[in-house]
Each structure stands twice: as C-alpha cells, then as structure tokens.
Design a protein around this ligand. Structure first.
Ligand SMILES: [Zn+2]
Length: 317
C-alpha cells in the first residue's frame, strides 16, 4: 500500500520561509508563566535496569540556525537518523527504527516535494537492518517502539517483516484516518505486522503529565511529549548510569531544550503537527533536563554517547 502525498500549499511554503527569517532575528520567546506553573512529579521507582545502545549511523553537518531557531553558536551541529536498542531483562526492543534499504524509493518519494531535499539523508547513511547486522553481540529485537510515526522513525521496519510494534493509540488513530497519511511514508512500515496499542494511562512523571509503565517495574516509562505529532512519547529508561529520556523529535537538538528555542520554521513548521503544543512540551523538557539525560533522536552528539565503542558511557545526572 502506498500513501498519497499531501503537498503543502504555496501559502504554507511562503509562511515557513518568512518564519525562518523572522525567527532568525526574533526567536519565539519562552513562556515564563508556563515555566513557573509546571511541577515536578518525581521519578519512577525502578525495580530493574536497562541498557541502551545507539546503532552506528553517519552524521550530517547542518547549520545550527536551520535546526534551532535564532541560534548561530556553534555555527553548525551534527544530526543523524538514529536507532536505539534497549535491553530489558524480559525483552529487547528497538526505539525509532529509522532507515530502510532503498530509502529514496520506499520512503522519501512519499514525502512532500518541498521536504525531500531537506530531509534526504547523506549517501553513507546506514539502514537500520545493516546497522543491526554490524552489532552481532546485541540480542535480537522482540519488538519496536517508535517515539512517533514519522517516516524516519519507522521506515527501518520495512526490512523487518513481522516484527511487532508497540504504538501509542493516539498516534495509531492519527496515521490511520483519511486517505493520506499525515507526512507520508509511514503506513507501509506498519501494515501486516502485529500492532500493540498502548495508552498513557499512568500518573504524571517528572514534568510530564501522563505516563505508561511498559514492563510494570518502573524501568521503562513512556511519557507524553505531544505536539510534534499528536501521540509523540518520550522513553524514560533506568540505566546503570542514571535516567535517560529518549525524546524523539520533541526537540531535534539539546540546544533547543537548553535555550527553550523551537525548531526553525523551515523545516520545523512542516514537521511539527502543532507548533504551540510542541513549544509547551519543550518547556517541560527544559525543566527536566537536569534530572535526566535527554537524547533527542537526531542529536548526534547526544546519541553517540550510547555507542558501545565509547569507553565512558556516563550520562550527565
Ligand atoms: Zn518526527
């Protein structure tokens, strides 16, 4: 099944371009009142420890201002299409199986034309299946758990037929309705496989309003990061070196979280389903940043700390 493509209108494109220029000079200001209103509900009580491994991936250097609104220092940052392997005592799962073989034909061709050039990964980008084959010591994955259903977080599944996927019910409903999947290229990766829906039925955790305890032992807790997509989640993981939050695309880079800076309007305006909600979620991440190590999926410098070749994998507490 192939998705049709929803092409942004000329007005949307002009709006994004204008937003890029305005945002460069006058980035959206943080909401101090919102920051004061957010409370910290504390960390879960974990009865197990998990291990996170980032799969090998090629970085791409991009201008910082194209990622983080109104930010020019450093001049450039590295981003990459990362996938994480999480080993829990009862199961091993993939977070954000990002890239399929022949991604150009099978995924990128389904994106709106205006986005293809911007999101096209460098030629040396590794498909998730290839990166997994380079880590034979890792256990075989029992399932996948995307932070959200954008093509660069699920299309690696195209090379893993039958692998079950745990998906937030809100996200599942969002991509299922209508003839056109929201940003294209996601339905093919999710059809013809077991889909296990979950809801954020648990209490507030840290600065996040809802949660879901995946194994019932407090070691992997999914938290609400809605905005970038309606059902975006973060994966809060209890590792032996401290708590880690895999944050998907709620932010593209930690500089956004540190400075409460939204994504630049182009391409962020197309990527974020609800810009206002995404910005509010960013405030929650900002307040949680000293309590957990936050890893935006595409922040290469944050993700690479969980490569097995790095001797000292010590997240900042
Ligand atoms: Zn995304």
């Amino acid at each position: 099944m192939s998705d049709q493509v929803r092409q942004p209108s000329v007005i949307e494109c002009c709006g994004a371009a204008a937003g890029l220029l305005i945002g460069a000079v006058r980035p959206r200001r943080r909401d101090e009142r919102l920051l004061r209103s957010i409370t910290d509900a504390g960390l879960p009580t974990a009865r197990a420890t998990v291990k996170i491994t980032t799969l090998e991936q090629a970085p791409r250097s991009v201008p910082t201002a194209a990622v983080v609104e109104g930010t020019f220092t450093p001049r450039r940052v590295d981003n990459s299409l990362n996938t994480f392997v999480v080993q829990h005592p009862r199961a091993t799962f993939l977070v954000d199986p990002a890239v399929c073989l022949d991604a150009e034909e099978r995924a990128i061709a389904q994106l709106p034309a205006v986005l293809r050039g911007v999101v096209r990964p460098p030629a040396d980008t590794l498909a998730t299946i290839t990166a997994l084959q380079r880590e034979p010591a890792l256990p075989t994955a029992d399932f996948a758990l995307p932070t959200h259903a954008h093509w660069d977080h699920v299309c690696g599944l195209l090379d893993m037929p039958g692998l079950p996927v745990h998906l937030h019910g809100v996200e599942h409903r969002w991509i299922s309705h209508g003839e056109v999947a929201p940003v294209g290229g996601v339905r093919d990766a999710l059809v013809d496989r077991p889909l296990i829906d979950y809801e954020l039925d648990g209490p507030p955790i840290l600065t996040f309003t809802r949660s879901h305890d995946l194994f019932g032992d407090g070691s992997i807790v999914l938290v609400d990061l809605a905005g970038h997509t309606p059902g975006s989640v973060g994966i809060l993981a209890h590792t032996e070196n401290g708590w880690v939050l895999l944050a998907g695309d709620a932010a593209w880079h930690n500089l956004q979280i540190e400075g409460v800076r939204q994504k630049s309007s182009f391409p962020g305006g197309f990527a974020d389903e609800d810009r206002d909600k995404t910005f509010r979620t960013l405030h929650r991440l900002h307040l949680a940043r000293h309590l957990v190590t936050i890893v935006p999926t595409h922040d290469h410098s944050a993700a690479v700390r969980f490569r097995p070749t790095v001797e000292t994998v010590h997240p900042v507490p």
